[in-house]
Write a protein that binds this ligand. Structure first.
Ligand code: FES
Length: 89
C-alpha cells in the first residue's frame, strides 16, 4: 500500500509505502525533513499529524497527551493512511 504524505503549510507532497518509515520515504524522494539520529532518540524529526494514522514497531516516548495532540516521530512512524503533517506549532 502506498500513501500520500502532505507537509503543511508548504504543501510539499511525497509518497510512503507501508513498509518504510515516513522519514526514509522522504529522504528517498529528496524531501528535506529535519532528522539526526533516525532511531527515535533525538526528537529532531518530531512533527504534528494534522490528519491520518500511523503505527510504530517500537513505541516512541510520547505521553498519551502528546499522542492526542498529534505528535509523531517520522523516523519511527509507518503510515497507515494518507497523512497531513506540519513542522509548525
Ligand atoms: S531523527 Fe532522532 S528522533 Fe527521529
Amino acid at each position: 500500500m502506498t500513501y500520500k504524505i502532505i507537509i503543511k503549510p508548504s504543501n510539499v507532497e511525497f509518497t510512503c509505502d507501508s513498509g518504510q518509515t515516513i522519514l526514509s520515504a522522504a529522504i528517498e524522494q529528496g524531501i528535506m525533513l529535519p532528522f539526526r539520529c533516525k532511531v527515535g532518540a533525538c526528537m529532531t524529526c518530531i512533527c504534528k499529524m494534522i490528519e491520518g494514522d500511523v503505527e510504530y514497531q517500537l513505541e516512541p516516548m510520547l505521553t498519551n497527551k502528546e499522542r492526542q495532540q498529534g505528535w509523531i516521530f517520522p523516523c519511527q512512524a509507518y503510515a497507515k493512511s494518507h497523512l497531513i503533517l506540519t513542522f509548525e506549532e
